[in-house]
Design a protein around this ligand. Structure first.
Ligand code: AHM
Ligand code: MG
Length: 401
């Protein structure tokens, strides 16, 4: 493949002054129209271009260098897991009571090291770490609270890892926030925690990396959602999905049907109508459910439709984690023109009270998500007027956050 330069549109230089959060009024994305097959734009080149257009975001360019190295290393680990005997349980249980797999531990170590040694983070938080960690680590293992860094990273190093031993696609999810509080080594845990507990709407950048038939890194800096595919021969991510746009409506729903009888009644009714062709689209939807959120969202972004892990009677706040699963995905989907809700409020508005908080998740094409929200809205209205016994009962509504 010839990766000669493509034509670049050169927007005016940003005049914004530091610090360091992309500003929707001044932020400039590099714009590349011809990405395949004759021209190619590597992620490194894209990020250098982004930095040139937005000099105040120099650290972000460097952060993405760390992220892409981490993702490449995890991609290799996923592909060689069986050959290298890295399948199966690690023998540990994480703070959420889940058995860690060897691959969870390896992927966490890879990404943690890539981010901590980059020297750009006050704090990092991972699904596989009980508490947030101070963001910089010397090679000898000494933690240091850096004073002149501006960012917080949250991540799920290997989402869907229960699938990984069977060769089913898995992924990494990450979010980047601007820091709020100084995170020093004195009382570091409290300060780090304080720093991390931010709503999705404060996110500076978010992304996922899908490890599937190809390795694909999809991210947003708050101005569109862009996808890069790993060219293994080059060892470089190459722009393949510029400015992704989710279809207005799809014909696929992606929920774990095994939980149907525990779902909120609005979700049960909505899915039943989709299955019977009695929804707003007037046609029957197909079910596609990988059980790896990254894979299910990657398909939803491209084909449209609706993905959900709603509240149910066993999991009153659903299963998926707000900070490093739901919020980054909500940011990506919204930046691609989609919608993301708990059923009753935008995921991006939900304020975490703990690093590992869970939240009901419904994401996808705007028309599909709006249709399901209308079932919740109707149920809420009926619930309010149900003292007379006519409406839907509280027992049918597990979550109205
Ligand atoms: P994990 O972070 O422990 O891997 O769990 C998250 C995964 C998501 O990728 C996926 O959407 C969901 O769990 C599937 O759960 P279930 O098996 O209950 O359908
Ligand atoms: Mg996960």
């Amino acid at each position: 493949m010839n990766y000669a330069s493509g034509e670049l549109e050169q927007p005016e230089k940003s005049t914004a002054t530091p610090p360091v959060r992309p500003n929707s009024n001044t932020f400039r994305n590099p714009v590349h129209r011809n990405v395949c097959p004759q021209t190619g734009v590597t992620l490194s080149r894209y990020m250098m271009e982004m930095e040139r257009l937005n000099p105040e975001l120099q650290e972000l360019e460097s952060i993405f260098t760390s992220i892409q190295v981490g993702c490449k290393a995890i991609s290799k680990l996923v592909r060689t897991a069986t050959l290298a005997c890295n399948t199966g349980a690690a023998g540990n249980v994480n703070i959420q009571g889940e058995d860690q797999k060897k691959m969870d531990v390896l992927a966490n170590d890879v990404l943690k090291n890539a981010l901590q040694w980059a020297g750009h983070f006050k704090t990092i938080a991972s699904e596989e770490e009980d508490e947030p960690l101070v963001g910089f680590m010397h090679e000898d293992g000494r933690a240091e609270a850096l004073v002149d860094t501006n960012y917080i990273a949250v991540f799920d190093p290997l989402d869907g890892s229960s699938n990984s031993d069977a060769g089913i696609p898995v992924g990494t999810i990450f979010g980047i926030f601007h820091h709020r509080e100084e995170c020093g080594l004195d009382n570091a845990n409290d300060r780090c925690l304080e720093d991390v507990l931010q709503p999705g709407k404060s996110m500076v950048a978010a992304g996922y990396c899908l490890y599937s038939s190809a390795t694909t890194l999809v991210f947003t800096l708050g101005d569109g959602t862009h996808g890069f595919t790993l060219d293994e021969s080059l060892g470089e991510f190459v722009l393949t999905h510029p400015n992704m746009k989710i279809p207005q409506r799809g014909s696929i729903y992606s929920f774990n049907e095994g939980n149907r009888f525990d779902w909120d009644k609005p979700v049960q009714d909505y899915i039943t109508n989709l299955q019977q062709g009695r929804g707003e689209a007037g046609k029957r939807y197909s079910l596609r459910y990988v059980g790896s959120m990254v894979a299910d969202i990657h398909r939803t972004l491209q084909y449209g439709g609706i993905f959900g892990y709603p509240a149910d009677k066993k999991n009153l706040n659903g299963k998926l984690r707000l900070l490093y699963e739901a919020a980054p995905m909500a940011f990506l989907v919204e930046q691609a023109g989609g919608a993301a809700t708990t059923g009753t409020r935008p995921i991006m508005e939900v304020l975490p009270t703990d690093v590992h908080d869970r939240v009901p998740c419904i994401l996808g094409s705007p028309a599909d998500v709006a249709e399901l929200q209308s079932y919740y809205a109707k149920a809420q209205t009926m619930n309010r007027s149900s003292d007379d016994g006519e409406g839907i009962g509280e027992a049918d509504l597990t979550h109205f956050a």
